[in-house]
Design a protein around this ligand. Structure first.
Ligand code: ADP
Length: 447
């Protein structure tokens, strides 16, 4: 087992990882920018190292500084959290070259999944169902037209290097295709320095369903069921649930089994999420994330298993603590992402939190790095906390969520709490009847 883990992140996820380390009796080091000297994770860690000024590229993305912090403190492993360097293959390789363990998959697996064309090809080879589309990058308009005619309109052009929903364009007819192709290419070139794009069938009313997987790096793979993350705004997840209201136990174990086998065949190590669009009973792979997800607590709530403990165990060579047959799904869980944003316009609202009171009671978990008197710096993303609620079934979970949202108090800044108070009373949400466009339509109506 590791002696000392360096946490290369900030905010609620830094605290989340720190808690797991403390439980396992592992010493902790955190790195932070000058803007985060007062952050909770800095206060609670055994050691902290200031690695640079506020902008991320000079601190949380600065590989040299992080490796230097490992050497100074004698950390033998790094947990990257999510975002920042968590899916940076070069970072994983550099740590390996310094004999520091990256708590995550190999650089090669990160590289494959970071290139969407390569990821889709790999998924297909491993027996995972994919969205019909071009086999690789599209070279010109003629080829785009041929593929689109074959799969049928509407189609979506996507950037191979894509992320965060950028570089995607929909074409409803052949007449739209030329413009869609050109815009997607130039957006991708500008955003990622790589203008390779591919084409796939555009699904009109899918749900976003993702499967949590784990590999032990020695040929064993398991799945921890799925999460439904269909409630999105601008491709950003807002509300996540496990299990998905749309799947039954048979579908869960079928798609879970396919993913677990694929992960085993790949020789993958650590946590991963295989993302699908789901429409008319069919799953279509869109991408794989090679890290812990923001929404991992809903899976922890229904399985009772600490996924960060598992990540640390696997990375240290101790293997998974569970076999597939040990993983049981109990009840229902929902997570609301609470952002420091206006609940209607989503404009960021940094500033000082004058009062912070979190709900409690059975089935309630709040993961947050903020506190009363904390000043939210304007440099990073606006997530200030996650409310995770568990109940014996979805109805009980929703009742408890409504109560917990009423108890939650954040004064001094605007937050997205009022949006969740509206959503929890909405009949479509109560019925679990929504697709990936539901939230945007709801917000556009201004209800
Ligand atoms: P990114 O990495 O940029 O987030 P993804 O491939 O994960 O890109 O897609 C992000 C979102 O875009 C999906 O959750 C979905 O809302 C939409 N999307 C992607 N591919 C399709 C498709 N073939 N049909 C319909 N919507 C899609």
């Amino acid at each position: 087992m590791f002696q000392k883990i360096l946490i290369a992140n900030r905010g609620e996820i830094a605290l989340r990882v720190l808690r797991a380390c403390k439980e396992l009796g592992i010493q902790t080091v955190v790195v932070h920018s000058t803007a985060d000297s007062d952050a909770m994770h800095v206060r609670l860690a055994d050691e902290s190292v200031c690695i640079g000024p506020p902008p991320s590229r000079e601190s949380y993305l600065n590989i040299h500084q992080i490796v230097a912090a490992c050497e100074i403190t004698g950390a033998d492993a790094v947990h990257p959290g999510y975002g920042f360097l968590s899916e940076n293959a070069k970072f994983a390789d550099i740590l390996a070259a310094h004999n520091i363990t990256f708590i995550g998959p190999s650089g090669d697996h990160i590289r494959i999944m970071g290139d969407k064309i390569e990821a889709k090809r790999t998924a297909k080879r491993l027996g995972i169902p994919v969205v019909p589309g071009s086999d690789g990058a599209i070279s010109d308009e003629k080829e785009a037209k041929r593929v689109a005619a074959e799969i049928g309109y509407p189609v979506i052009i996507k950037a191979s290097a894509g992320g965060g929903g950028r570089g995607m364009k929909v074409a409803h007819t052949e007449a739209d295709l030329e413009v869609a192709l050109q815009t997607a290419k130039s957006e991708a070139g500008a955003a990622f320095g790589d203008d390779a794009v591919y084409i796939e069938k555009y699904l009109e009313k899918p749900r976003h369903i993702e499967v949590q997987v784990f590999g032990d790096g020695a040929g064993r793979g398991v799945h921890f069921g799925e999460r439904d993350c269909s409630l999105q705004r601008r491709h950003q997840k807002v509300w996540e649930e496990a299990n998905s209201p749309a799947l039954n136990a048979e579908e869960r174990s079928r798609i879970g089994g396919i993913c677990a086998t694929a992960i085993a065949d790949l020789g993958y190590s650590g946590a991963g999420t295989i993302e699908f669009l789901y429409e008319n009973g069919e799953f279509y792979f869109i991408e794989m994330n090679t890290r812990l997800q923001v929404e991992h607590p809903v899976t922890e709530a229904i399985t009772g298993i600490d996924l960060v403990h598992e990540q640390i165990r696997v990375a240290s060579g101790g293997g998974l603590s569970v076999r597939q047959e040990d993983i049981k799904f109990n009840g229902h869980a929902i997570e609301c992402r609470i952002n420091a944003e206006d609940p209607r316009t989503f404009t960021p609202s940094p500033g000082t939190i004058t009062h912070f009171h979190t709900p409690g009671g059975l089935g309630i978990r709040v993961d947050s790095g903020v506190y009363s008197g904390y000043k939210i710096p304007p440099y990073y993303d606006s997530l200030i906390g996650k409310l995770i609620v568990h109940g014996r079934n979805r109805v009980e979970c929703m009742m408890r969520l409504r109560r917990a949202l009423d108890e939650f108090v954040v004064d001094g800044i605007k937050t997205t709490l009022p949006l969740f108070r509206d959503l929890v009373g909405n009949p479509d949400i109560a019925n679990g009847d929504y697709d990936i466009h539901w939230l945007e339509k709801y917000l556009a109506k201004g209800e």
